[in-house]
Design a protein around this ligand. Structure first.
Ligand code: AHG
Ligand code: MN
Ligand code: MN
Length: 342
């Protein structure tokens, strides 16, 4: 699809881009577009909170633990509330789910229900909030598949290749929203002076091999031998591979976004303490995997394509090797994966 020119007078807003993309789908009803508008609004609201967090006593812990057993930060709770309130009234969803809530979130009876569900990580990288390191929001949209009018757990437990849309927001040096509906991955930068997300990165393509490796190697002693060998190869210490620069921020959104644009691989391997790693499949791994495949990259759990995993629990974790295709292919080879990357 021809992308409108980027001259200032012809800036393409996310709303216009969503409509143009909707026109490419003959059977589109506009429901998915409305969900994406609502998420873009929530992103602007969360961005505003994140950027003033240090001035409005919303840094630090909220004082309670989430279902993951992790200390919730005040901004985790605020971002979660913003996402729920932005999405519950639109009449397009039959339920939602969030990293911050143990069970699925029903649509209040005063609102109509629709044919989609959204699952999200309202604030990714929470441990970085108080030290002003980029954080993000991650979301995944699925079509309901149960017959009941109100969403059920089964509507969420679908393999990632069933996603109809996925995206993330990064609250970094600028606020960017990157999303896909299966027609490429596209990036929008928030212009705070007009409060609009403007198309800045149409049709993102990730380099086939990257210069960055993102991994938390404080777990090295707990990794399997194949994982240790893979990391030595990425570092150019084994197998004659070119050494990669190690960059690890501790926010998946920030590490993923840098590698998506510049090329590289993010790894969260299983370790002896966490046999499935740390990252959650439904609202961290799968949305990022959808985006990276749309940009020409790949994502695996070490045994299979990530988007082929059949989920059994809402908050289940999965090991993650994601990014430039050749770098993920090396992981598949060293870890003994037999199936196709994508
Ligand atoms: P969240 O803040 O939503 O819980 O996510 C944090 C995740 C992810 O953003 C990041 O890549 C990872 O935790 C970092 O984990 P380690 O501190 O174990 O490296
Ligand atoms: Mn997260
Ligand atoms: Mn989170």
């Amino acid at each position: 699809m021809p992308v409108a020119s980027q001259s200032p007078t012809k800036a393409v807003t996310i709303e216009r881009f969503i409509v143009e993309q909707e026109r490419l789908l003959p059977h589109a009803t506009g429901d998915l577009s409305d969900i994406l508008y609502d998420i873009a609004l929530a992103a602007k609201m969360i961005s505003s909170k994140v950027r003033r967090a240090g001035l409005s006593d919303i840094l630090g812990a909220a004082g309670n633990e989430n279902v993951q057993g992790e200390m919730q930060q005040k901004l985790d709770v605020i971002a979660n509330e913003i996402m729920v309130q932005a999405l519950e009234a639109g009449g397009r969803l039959c339920a939602m789910a969030s990293e911050e809530e143990a069970e699925i979130i029903p649509i209040p009876p005063s609102f109509r229900t629709g044919k989609y569900v959204v699952v999200f990580d309202p604030l990714d990288g929470s441990s970085n909030i108080d030290v002003n390191v980029p954080v993000g929001t991650i979301f995944s949209v699925l079509a309901k598949r149960q017959s009941a009018p109100h969403g059920e757990l089964g509507d969420f437990l679908q393999p990632g290749h069933q996603q109809v849309a996925a995206g993330y927001v990064i609250y970094g040096s600028s606020t960017m929203l990157v999303y896909t509906t299966g027609q490429g991955a596209h990036g929008f930068t928030l212009d705070p002076s007009i409060g609009e997300f403007l198309l800045s990165h149409p049709h993102i393509r990730t380099p086939s091999a990257g210069k960055f490796l993102s991994v938390n190697d404080s777990y090295e002693a707990l990794w399997s031998e194949p994982v240790k060998s893979l990391m030595r190869r990425y570092r150019g210490l084994e197998g004659g591979h070119k050494a990669k620069n190690v960059r690890y921020v501790g926010s998946l959104v920030a590490d993923f976004h840098r590698n998506l644009l510049a090329g590289g691989v993010f790894c969260y391997p299983p370790n002896a303490k966490s046999p499935k790693g740390k990252l959650r499949l439904l609202y961290e791994g799968n949305p990022m995997a959808f985006i990276v495949e749309q940009a020409g990259g790949a994502a695996i759990d070490g045994e299979r394509r990530l988007l082929s995993i059949e989920p059994t629990e809402l908050h289940q974790r999965a090991p993650l090797y994601i990014g430039s295709r050749d770098d993920v292919a090396l992981a598949a080879e060293v870890l003994g994966m037999t199936g196709a990357l994508a």
